[in-house]
Design a protein around this ligand. Structure first.
Ligand code: MN
Length: 131
């Protein structure tokens, strides 16, 4: 088992097609995935599973991605997990809001597959967490 296969990624995405796409790609590449379809569920699963990385859609029901990221970053149990924002339409100021909430980076949808995987691999290497 190589290092990539041991990593767990939490995907928080309310669009079923996008969720399936992210999950299929990441599982195919050997990552373990956990999925949530709203921000609140995302916060709960982050705490429960302590994934290595979180992909966080910004427009989500119940609790949006900014609020969910803020909660994750406020909790000592989850604050060291890198959160990557998934964004459909980036408006001026959005990127600053995401970074202020604690997101480490962002991925625009639709994404370029190789760039997406490169970014994921890079973030997982860059942010080793203490267990
Ligand atoms: Mn959404």
């Amino acid at each position: 088992m190589n290092e990539i296969q041991q990593k767990t990624i939490l995907i928080v995405e309310d669009d079923p097609q996008n969720l399936k796409l992210f999950r299929d790609i990441l599982e195919y590449k050997g990552y373990t995935t956990i999925t949530a379809t709203d921000g609140q569920q995302g916060v709960i699963l982050a705490k429960e599973h302590r994934p290595d990385l979180i992909l966080m859609d910004m427009q989500l029901p119940v609790m949006d991605g900014i609020a969910a990221t803020q909660q994750i970053k406020c909790d000592a149990a989850t604050k060291n997990i890198a959160v990557v924002a998934l964004t459909a339409n980036v408006m001026p100021g959005d990127r600053e809001k995401m970074m202020a909430a604690g997101c480490q980076d962002y991925i625009s949808k639709p994404f370029h597959l190789q760039d997406f995987l490169k970014k994921i691999a890079h973030l997982l290497l860059d942010s080793p967490r203490e267990r």
